[in-house]
Design a protein around this ligand. Structure first.
Ligand code: AMP
Ligand code: GLY
Length: 428
């Protein structure tokens, strides 16, 4: 099969790694890919948002199967463009990707179908939102309706802060049109767990659990980022919780989308909070998480092409998902200053050390080839630069392995958190 991946981050590198090792993959393309993906796929410099050029390229190369991985193109209907051109595609159509692209939509869906989540109100008018805040108690949770690179959620400890937040989102438009509507939500407490599920629109198959660390600094301090590291599985996601979520969240959501005429095919990412009143949904995403993919995919036993094709074909009931009985930890190596401002273009050294190391992976997020004399020099090209993932028989072992492996990589401005997976210690 000729396969094409749309995207160019660490998540897409992890997907490319899994696709490239499938015996079913005879040729792999990536648009735009990155310097790491280039070792596995032919990268073509087309923007993930340029549906016309992407479809034209896929047709020219006789691509049999396309994987659309990032949120923005899914929300914009890039999967629809491939499907409408008759090309088999993994990833939801625009009318289903809305479950991520509009928080107001997903909250309304959960309310209508009794899917456990925080109480909320939605506002299109800043004055009404401000008046509502007066009636609520701190802490206040404000969510810009649309896509905001994982940064559109504000947790405010005081009324003043919350009012300033509404102003930032709805009046100053800090997140652009994503802030035309705002959801104000009940504050919840508990452990966070992410469960990514494959679905073909009817059947839903949950993958192994994972947890992300969203804040930039150690001890969950600093600004929200796209994700500074992950671990899998989560020791807090017990069999009992899994059973509850399978019935009350995953299957119910897929069925709800089908009833709404928004068949969901692809990966439904369920961000959960394990509250004292049971698991509740924090958010849905319409795709693999980044860096959740970097810990979940290396643990998957199945051929990813078989599973993704079954999602597209509606035959997921024929698949049994299997994961290794081990653990994985991914530590993001970032550019110091991320997520605000940072320099890039620094040479990365030590990448080749991972070539022959079983159970260790370095997935590229923001890297590119520099115009060095041999054209092979790889430099930093983003806030999140590399995801270093290691397996281990336990989470503690995987964490020790991952941190040891971060020492193999060197670049100026290298920054990372030192407590990825530390929550696991609480369980000992
Ligand atoms: P989201 O993008 O909706 O997952 O929100 C980003 C982060 O904000 C989550 O990972 C939580 O840590 C936090 N958060 C979101 N909603 C709530 C809530 N209702 N109560 C407490 N924390 C929340
Ligand atoms: N790591 C969180 C996300 O991909 O949205």
């Amino acid at each position: 099969m000729k396969i094409m991946i749309v995207g160019g981050g660490g998540r897409e590198h992890a997907i490319a790694w899994a696709v490239a090792k499938s015996p079913r993959c005879e040729k792999l393309y990536a648009a735009p890919g990155n310097a790491g993906i280039a070792a596995l796929a032919e990268c073509v410099d087309i923007s993930v948002m340029d549906a016309d050029s992407l479809v034209a390229f896929a047709k020219e190369k006789d691509v049999d199967f396309v994987i659309v991985a990032p949120d923005d193109p899914l929300a914009a209907g890039v999967a629809d463009a491939f499907l409408d051109a008759g090309i088999k595609t993994f990833g939801p159509r625009k009318n289903a990707a809305i479950i991520e692209a509009s928080k107001a939509f997903s909250k309304d869906l959960m309310k209508k179908y009794d899917i456990p989540s925080a109480a909320y109100e939605t506002f299109e008018d800043a004055d009404a939102a401000l008046a509502y805040l007066e009636t609520q108690e701190a802490p206040y949770v404000l969510k810009a309706d649309g896509l905001a690179l994982g940064k559109g959620v504000l947790i405010c400890q005081t009324l003043e802060e919350a009012k300033a937040g509404i102003k930032e989102i709805m009046i100053d438009k800090k997140f652009g049109d994503a802030g035309n509507k705002v959801v104000i939500e009940e504050f919840m407490t508990g452990r966070e767990v992410s469960v990514l599920c494959y679905s073909d629109g009817k059947t839903v198959l949950p993958m192994t659990s994972a947890q992300d660390h969203k804040r930039a600094g150690d001890g969950d301090t600093g600004l929200n980022t796209g994700g500074m590291g992950t671990f899998s599985p989560s020791p807090f996601y017990t069999d009992e919780i899994a059973k509850f979520c399978e019935e009350n969240v995953y299957q119910r959501t897929i069925d709800a989308m089908a009833k709404e005429g928004r068949e969901f095919k692809g990966v439904l990412f369920c961000g959960l909070m394990l509250t004292p009143k049971g698991p509740k949904v924090l958010e849905f995403n319409a795709r693999f998480g980044d860096p959740e993919a970097q810990v979940v995919i290396p643990r998957m036993k199945n051929d990813i092409v078989d599973v993704m094709e079954a999602c597209a074909d509606g035959t997921l009931d024929k698949i049994t998902l299997e994961f290794e009985d081990n653990a994985a930890v991914c530590v993001m190596l970032a550019s110091d200053g991320y997520p605000v401002s940072y320099e890039k273009g620094y040479e990365i050294k030590g990448l080749d050390k991972f070539d022959d190391m079983d159970g260790y992976y370095v997935f590229h997020s923001g890297t590119k080839f520099a115009d060095g004399p041999d054209g092979k020099k790889i430099v930093t090209n983003g806030g999140r630069v590399l995801g270093v993932t290691a397996l281990g028989s336990t989470l503690l072992e995987a964490r020790a392995n991952a941190y040891k492996a971060t020492e193999l990589i060197d670049f100026d401005n290298k920054y990372m958190r030192h407590d990825i997976g530390k929550a696991i210690d609480d369980e000992k």
